[in-house]
Design a binder for this molecule. Structure first.
Ligand code: GDP
Ligand code: MG
Length: 437
């Protein structure tokens, strides 16, 4: 448990009785811990209300070790919510057909390769990977490369054929070749859109998958809730994969997914390498999520907590010199959320008169920027200085942009880093620049 939570726990435990008041205090800490872990705020609200009800119903008021009782109730509730048992994919059917879905950059293609490698080595299966993301030539190439790395066959018909036909042909091919697991790698978008959903529905009708696994980037924060509900409402997912848990996400997305869709989380991704996949252990996750509640903030409004946290993160990273491209993207989105970009820019002190910025254009820019950043590895995002010519070409290909676009993005990053530095020298009380050596 986090220090703060432990502090409260001690205080409450020291008191001989659990009162409704000190229970409120504990639940407030737990609420902060969950929000800090990026659990969706609606979910947190509900979870806390239910837990409180349970705690009261369990008649723990006045019990001997009241603090521990509450923490135990919270922990058990979390574990129950997360699934109690380890849940796996059933590969007994021949063939087992699995469709991988999710937003662009969530880790679908990588996870497809990871699962193939795992079941091939662990269970002696003969999987077939199907390249059904026809919108980016690089996506087909990426799957082929991964297929080679894990020594598993990849079925592809390029990008000129419809995804529906590719899947139909792949099923025939798998029958002839006696593949016992078929993994279909589908296209994603940066944001959920209806055409994508329609295509995925068609693929579902054709493939009759035994599993539809939603791949979710654990770093996507509050957005996870929306993604999980939309995909589940439209496609009826059977499980989820939470990727990038090697990053600094607390994994709160797991709770949002479970709470909103009730499907089990079947795998987690713990790195870019193809053996960095694991099953999902609910108790470990509950501890990870609860253990991170050390954000000290008295701000009551949930949304404020979130926004302030994001900008503080960026600010701290600036000061430590670890501000990366991911952070820039968060900042850009933040600005966008605050309203028309042109208005915000005008508010900045010392800003020269700006030409009028078209917000539609700004939106398009943001999307392009996002798709380029998503095509980078985590290391590249954090250390853009390592992005040499070869990497630029790969990023350009992966995002469907030109090398010149990537160059522009990197230049823009340098500029925004400079600007952030200047802004961080502004004294908030006077609005004047402070001189720093
Ligand atoms: P897709 O667009 O959904 O197919 O996503 P990709 O599989 O192409 O993955 C996008 C990026 O995320 C790539 O740079 C991957 O290497 C990276 N990635 C995927 N899973 C993980 C993970 O578990 N950990 C880390 N650190 N990176 C991952
Ligand atoms: Mg992909």
């Amino acid at each position: 448990l986090s220090e703060r939570l432990q502090g409260t726990l001690k205080k409450v435990t020291g008191q001989s009785q659990l009162t409704e008041q000190n229970m409120e205090e504990m639940l407030r800490e737990i609420r902060l811990a969950l929000l800090e872990a990026d659990v969706n705020y609606e979910v947190v609200k509900d979870f806390i209300a239910k837990t409180k009800e349970k705690a009261l119903g369990a008649d723990v008021l006045g019990s001997l070790k009241p603090g521990q009782v509450v923490v135990k109730i919270v922990h058990d509730e979390l574990v129950e919510l997360l699934g109690t048992d380890v849940s796996t994919v059933d590969f007994s059917k021949k063939p087992t057909i699995i469709m991988m879905v999710g937003l662009q950059g969530s880790g679908k293609t990588t996870t497809t390769g990871k699962i193939a490698k795992r079941i091939k080595e662990k269970d002696g299966k003969k999987p077939l990977l199907v390249a059904a993301d026809i919108y980016r030539p690089a996506a087909v190439e990426q799957l082929k490369t991964i297929g080679q790395q894990v020594d598993v066959e990849v079925f592809s018909e390029g990008t000129d054929v419809s995804a529906e036909k590719i899947v139909t042909d792949a099923l025939d091919h798998a029958k002839e070749n006696h593949n016992d697991v078929i993994l279909i790698d589908t296209a994603g978008r940066l944001q959920i859109d209806q055409p994508l959903m329609e295509e995925l529905k068609h693929l579902k009708d054709i493939a009759h998958p035994d599993e539809i696994l939603l791949v979710v980037d654990s770093l996507a924060g509050q957005e996870i809730a929306n993604v999980a509900s939309s995909f589940n409402d439209q496609l009826g997912i059977t499980g989820a994969v939470l990727t990038k848990l090697d990053g600094d996400s607390r994994g709160g997305g797991a709770i949002s997914i479970r709470y909103l869709t009730h499907v089990p989380i079947k795998y987690i991704g713990t790195g870019e390498k193809l053996d960095q996949i694991d099953l999902f252990y609910p108790d470990r996750m509950a501890e990870r999520i609860l253990g991170m509640g050390d954000v000290v903030s008295l701000v009551e409004k949930v949304q404020d907590v979130y926004d302030e946290k994001e900008s503080m993160k960026a600010f701290n990273k600036m000061q430590r010199g670890t501000f990366g491209l991911d952070d820039m993207l968060v900042q850009m989105k933040q600005l966008k959320k605050m309203g028309p970009l042109s208005g915000i820019l005008k508010m900045l002190p010392g800003m020269p008169k700006m030409p009028k910025i078209d917000d539609d254009e700004a939106n398009d820019r943001l999307k392009e920027t996002e798709s380029m950043i998503l095509s980078m590895t985590l290391e590249e995002r954090q250390h853009p200085e390592i992005i040499n010519m070869k990497r630029r070409e790969r990023i350009a290909k992966g995002s469907g942009k030109s090398v010149a676009d990537v160059n522009r993005l990197l230049k823009q990053f340098e500029q925004s880093k400079k600007m952030m530095k200047q802004l961080s020298n502004i004294d908030p009380t006077t609005g004047m620049m402070t001189q720093k050596p």
